[in-house]
Design a protein around this ligand. Structure first.
Ligand code: FAD
Length: 367
């Protein structure tokens, strides 16, 4: 059995940010990640049709807001990652449920302050992973149980070869609270009130599905349109330009407004067909002929969503789990992850806020 100062569970943005802080303090640590990739909800994919290496498309988060997100701004600066402005010039469209023609609006876009990563948000994860010492990140390791011992914790995990355990002084659990409550056992059990709170915390955006339609021309820009559309008719309720910083393939993306169960009943091909029919209705015939479509339904991802996440919360929840969740089991067990941040919970910035709070506590305790 191997021993570590700290085991971080989850190689999403929050877990990797804690790992980066531990790298700087030279503590012995490792990160256990259940997926065969790092990044969690951050996922950028290249298009099969693309010849440009930087043309990658965000199936998870796309936007940062440097004007309001000091930790993201600092990290992006440290890693030297270029950003570009979300394309917003041109008119937007608004579709009412019972209205045959969309309204054309020239109001200022709510995304004037939004910035995107050149090459997709996945660049942030690649840069963070590259900054970790070799062999600290272990992919394909699903944590199933955490046990308190006299001097620390025992972390039970499994991979394709079977179960293993790791001993450490502390464990940082950087995964969505609801998923944690549903899939990881604790010995001794977590207090019932905390368990209920974790289970009741919606995983931000886990209920949603995103369609990206890729084109060889930005035909909407040629019509003086920004690519932004809001629709009460659907199936896509919000649509934006998702083209790379420079060159093509050019892209539009939209969020489906229908519940996860309805999406499942329609199926992948049906969803793509309905999404394209709407894009054609809004932007004309060229929209019906993409060179490729990418679809990601996060409610189908068992390492992000639980069945309870099939119904999205009515608005942005008030996140935060309380200070005690940073110091469970006398500081041997700490929760991170964006939903544990009271300030910017749900957002990328919240993942860093939670990671920073945990990293500061670890450094106070010389983890
Ligand atoms: C479609 C979509 C659009 C979004 N848009 C934006 C946006 O534009 N801007 C923004 O700021 N935010 C956005 N978000 C939210 C943003 O993605 C999250 O705030 C952020 O990525 C959360 O990071 P995290 O590290 O807290 O959690 P996660 O990314 O969920 O990471 C948790 C990690 O834990 C791993 N894991 C789970 N269970 C186990 C286990 N048992 N053992 C080991 N590992 C495990 C998972 O595989 C995952 O890698 C969006 C999210 C989605 C899905």
């Amino acid at each position: 059995m191997q021993e570590q100062n700290c085991v971080i569970v989850g190689a999403g943005l929050s877990g990797l940010y804690v790992a980066r802080a531990l790298t700087r303090s030279a503590a012995a640590f490792c990160v256990l990640e259940a997926r065969e990739r790092a990044g969690g909800r951050i996922l950028s994919r290249a298009a099969a049709a693309s010849v440009l290496p930087d043309a990658r498309f965000d199936l998870g988060p796309a936007w940062v807001w440097p004007a309001f997100q000091p930790l993201m701004t600092e990290l992006i600066g440290q890693l030297g990652l270029p950003l570009f402005q979300q394309a917003t010039s041109g008119d937007s469209l608004y579709e009412e449920a019972a209205q045959p023609e969309p309204l054309r609006l020239s109001d200022q876009s709510p995304h004037a302050e939004s910035r995107r990563f050149v090459g997709g948000a996945g660049r942030l994860i690649e840069a963070l992973c590259a900054s970790l010492p070799a062999d600290r990140l272990r992919l394909g390791q699903t944590v199933t149980r955490v046990t308190a011992t006299d001097t620390g914790v025992t972390v039970h995990h499994r991979d394709a070869a079977g179960p293993s355990i790791l001993r450490a002084r502390r464990a940082v659990l950087a995964l969505p609270p609801r998923l944690l409550a549903a899939t990881v056992a604790f010995d001794p059990p977590l207090p019932p009130a905390l368990r209920r709170r974790l289970a009741a915390t919606p995983t931000w955006m886990a209920a949603h599905a995103k369609l990206l339609a890729l084109y060889d021309r930005p035909f909407w820009r040629e019509q003086g349109l920004s690519g932004e559309a809001f629709s009460r008719r659907g199936p896509l309720t919000e649509i934006y330009d998702a083209s790379p910083a420079e060159g093509g393939p050019y892209a539009l993306f939209g969020f489906y407004g229908m519940p996860a169960a309805a999406r499942r009943a329609i199926g992948r091909e049906g969803l793509i067909a309905r999404g394209l029919a709407q894009l054609e209705r809004l932007f004309g015939g060229a929209a019906a002929r993409p060179i490729e479509c990418l679809l990601k339904d996060w409610s189908d991802s068992p390492l992000t969503a639980t069945p309870e996440d099939a119904i999205p919360p009515p608005g942005h929840p008030e996140y935060g789990l309380g200070d005690q969740t940073r110091t469970l089991w006398d500081g041997r067990l700490m929760l991170a992850g964006t939903e544990s941040s009271a300030r910017s919970g749900g957002y990328l910035e919240g993942a860093l806020e939670a990671g920073r709070e945990v990293a500061d506590l670890l450094s106070d305790r010389h983890a």
